[in-house]
Design a protein around this ligand. Sequence first.
Ligand code: HEM
Length: 458
Amino acid sequence: MTGMSFRWIPSNPSLRSSHYLPRSESGFPLPPSPPTWRLRGHLLPPREEYGPLIAIRSGTEKIVIIGRYKAAVDIMEKQGGILADRPRMIAAEELLAGGLTIGFAHAGERFRRMRRALHMHLQPKAVEAYQPLQMSHAKKTVLNILDELYNFLNHTGTIERVLKAMRPGAYLVDSIPWLKYLPWYGRELKRGYESSKRLYIRQLNHVKQQIQSNIDVGPSFAKYVLENGHSYGITEIEAAFLAGAFFSAGSTMTSMATCTVLMAAACFPEEQAKVQAELDSVIGRHRAPTFSDQQSLPHLQAFISEALRWRPLSANGLPHRTTKDVIWGGYCIPAGTTVSGNHWAISRDSEVFPEPHTFKPRRWIDDQGRLRDDLRFFVYGFGRRVCPGEHVANRSIFINSLLIFWAFQLTLDPGALLDDMGYMKGDVQRPCSIQFKTRVPEAELRQMMQKHSESDVA
Ligand code: HEM
């Protein structure tokens, strides 16, 4: 806490009977705390009745959770500069990532340099270069589904380790920092770091060798950062971890997002049929879809947006940290507070998403049948820490969903368990099992997929 003192005053009316709230020097109280704040409130599930902001305390740490859309826009987006920092996460950041992962980096010069490098390579225009590669992968995926070799999630190890290390209370070192200096403490975290480091360095060296041998590696962030890293002041090990973010977090998150869309299609067959009617009318079944169909497919895009709102992948959001006081709605969030936009609670904000628990792609379409440009959901997070991979991920989810919806009818396997909240709980394995039935005669489908994948990589 920087430059702040608190005295305890009665809380706001809805919570007054159960506990008290501190008031900051600014004269504004902290946001209200739910009744369980004494029980290390971070174990509290996000609940809609708690309102736009709740404050909880974990030891000496203050945490504010944002659970409404407007509060998220006003605080995390409009005051993004004050929320660009991350709190200290010893298990996830220092032990597992060796302080090298941009996702946990603290605001400052080094963070800005790394973000700039990512941004230059991943801005909307630049990621068009990935289209042929993404198209070719999407077509291979269709062929793999036909051959029953389909497995989107094959890089899950790293992200599972990170999710576990970030889970509140998972590692005592986050409450007792000196534990990190004990050689026998957190061995699996330190081993995880060594194994990521080996993997990322090997991958970077592989690209380096390809460049030296004049092999065309196509669009590649590793190549970009090897050739341009010096102008951002990025060291080789930082470059390896930056490129590693693509491979590990980036590809796993994109696969999980695509799987969420496919799971929604299997769970809501009438909505799937509406998208397929659009595909039949815009594309027909005698040619393969392409990226250039995107503008003519608002119902597919609406379906994707709704699926990622329905089951947000990052349900709790990643924690940010305030570097100055933020005043909002008569409350003060003091400097040094951990602030999380809770994707799940925001996705259930009925003022913005009426009937929030209903899967309703139509909500993303306006009266003229076009995609609404006044509605969005924070799939990729907030403000200055918004996911830099957003544009490349969106294209990948789009093209995979497009080809799969066009090629197959998807149904749930009645003999398998369905856990449609699986990804949100951090279980990155299989939340459901999907059956695929071809909508295009198989021989034609194979021909179109093979023909196109050859021309895409040529
Ligand atoms: C559908 C796929 C993806 C989803 C849902 C997703 C989601 C997120 C979220 C919620 C955050 C935290 C934002 C915040 O703190 O408010 C984040 C950060 C990040 N993502 Fe993604 N992401 C995806 C794909 C990717 C891809 C493809 C890449 C790499 C190209 C990537 C790289 C990163 C990095 C480096 C950060 C850390 C940024 C920072 O801390 O400044 N992500 N992502």
